[in-house]
Write a protein that binds this ligand. Structure first.
Ligand code: URP
Ligand code: ZN
Ligand code: ZN
Length: 452
């Protein structure tokens, strides 16, 4: 008796679950059941899908503080039932080795279903030759960085775009102009401007805008689809919108931090601004409304988290004497569904169906998981969230399960909160307590993407 919300309908229904799948979507189900969950007065959403997380991720000098177990528990507590992380090739490493290593790390640890994008960093004949079998084996999405030590150059990007396209896959791009950033970071270091407030100045909007525009043009040259990760600003969004208008298969995501927080956070007292050191950085306030509109009108299709947590104490603090040494990233895997409901649906920026689209259905479609995941229909996985639209909470670090010592959303007033999370038919979270079995998450071998 819940209000079932899918990407295409809002309906009062009973759901029957059998063998981990949705077996029936009916007006009324009376048959005997092992367990009955009363969802009266609640929404029933498809389990949320987070296609951009960094668990147990090695970065210079440290490792992100959630592993596949703790990060997946936090995700589940917030209503997320599927994650896609990254297998990142090291310099000189065969891609297959990078994938095998990541599979070993996650196996027996993750408590929700998980997949991997493959981050290609060392582009050579061997790397390109690995692409067809990776797509066949269920890893059809590839990540390229235009900055960091992991970056590829334009020529390498073109070769990957063409090869991935020929094999029906999708390239995801972190778009920031490396040389602009490198130059600015060095200038700030040289002139003694070392505090966290110089981080956003060293990664200006211009660097993201230029790289987004260039990535889209490179993909246009070889007619390859492209997905821009963590879009932060109106300028980048306009590039995506313009390309889509012209019929190019360009897609993009943004994240709650860019929708809800702004560059003022870098003015926090003392070293606190380090909590918001992420790349790209938070932007001037005016960009938020543009990003919300982009989600509502479909030029941005996905909200992911880019969850890459570090402890403030001991990890963020590594950059006390220079912002360039602060590990980049922020936590967010747990609160995305409630934040997006509270500040998206409740504030009239997204309809219920748009909400389901951007956190579940579109990610499933784009990343080859639909209709098993991302919707509620007979035959789909019984990944469900029972969501109380009247529940009121103040978001604090204490109510979250993420392994870190802060949340960027401390003090946010929430209205609407998940009360039960069901994954493949199993209740894994009830009233904020994780009840699922250790290591129950399944590796998802995904099909080729759908372009939307
Ligand atoms: O600062 C961030 N976003 N850290 C995670 C890695 C990335 O660039 O997505
Ligand atoms: Zn990135
Ligand atoms: Zn990321």
């Amino acid at each position: 008796s819940g209000t079932v919300v899918t990407e295409s309908a809002v309906m009062n229904k009973d759901l029957g679950i059998e063998g981990g799948k949705i077996a029936a979507v009916e007006d009324k189900l009376d048959g005997p059941a092992k367990k009955v969950i009363d969802a009266r007065g609640k929404y029933v959403f498809p389990g949320a899908i987070d296609v951009h997380v960094h668990l147990n991720a090695a970065v210079p000098r440290t490792v992100s503080s959630d592993n596949f177990r703790t990060g997946a528990i936090a995700a589940a507590c917030g209503g997320t039932t599927t994650i896609i992380d990254f297998a990142t090739q090291e310099d000189g490493q065969a891609v297959e080795e990078a994938v095998a290593a990541r599979l070993r790390e996650a196996a027996g640890e993750a408590v929700i279903d998980y997949g991997f994008h493959i981050a290609l960093t060392d582009i050579n004949e061997q790397t390109l030759a690995a692409i067809p079998s990776l797509v066949e084996e269920g890893f059809p999405s590839f990540k390229l960085y235009m900055t960091y030590r992991l970056r590829v150059d334009d020529g390498e990007m073109l070769r990957v775009l063409a090869k991935v396209k020929d094999n029906g896959g999708l390239v995801c791009v972190h778009a920031e102009n490396h040389h602009m950033i490198d130059y600015l970071i060095e200038e700030y270091r040289r002139t003694g401007k070392t505090s966290p407030k110089f981080h956003p100045l060293s990664r200006p909007l211009l660097a993201e805008w230029e790289a987004t525009s260039r990535a889209i043009k490179l993909s246009g040259l070889v007619k390859a689809p492209i997905y821009i990760v963590h879009v932060t600003c109106g300028k980048s969004l306009a590039e995506i919108a313009q390309a889509r208008e012209q019929g190019y298969p360009v897609m993009g995501e943004t994240c709650p931090q860019y929708l809800l927080l702004d560059e003022d956070r870098y003015e926090s007292p003392g070293f606190e601004g380090a909590k918001y050191v992420m790349s790209p950085p938070l932007r001037p306030l005016g960009n938020q409304a543009v990003l919300w509109n982009g989600l509502a009108d479909g030029d941005l299709q996905v909200v992911s988290t880019d969850h890459c947590p570090f402890y403030y104490k001991g990890q963020k603090e590594m950059g006390r004497s220079f912002f360039g040494d602060i590990p980049n990233g922020a936590p967010g895997i747990e609160a995305r569904p409630t934040l997006l409901y509270t500040y998206g649906v409740r504030q009239g920026r997204l309809s219920l169906q748009q909400y389901v689209n951007v956190i579940a259905a579109n990610p499933a479609k784009i990343f080859g998981l639909y209709p098993e995941k991302g919707t509620i229909a007979a035959g789909s996985d019984a990944d469900l969230v029972i969501f109380d639209p009247h529940a009121e909470k103040i978001l604090t670090k204490e109510i979250l399960h993420e392994h870190t010592d802060y949340t960027p959303y401390e003090g946010a007033e929430l209205k609407g909160f998940p009360v039960v999370t069901i994954a493949r038919g199993e209740v894994i979270v009830e009233k904020g307590v994780f009840t699922g079995k250790d290591g129950r998450g399944k590796l998802l071998r995904r099909r080729r993407p759908n372009l939307i």
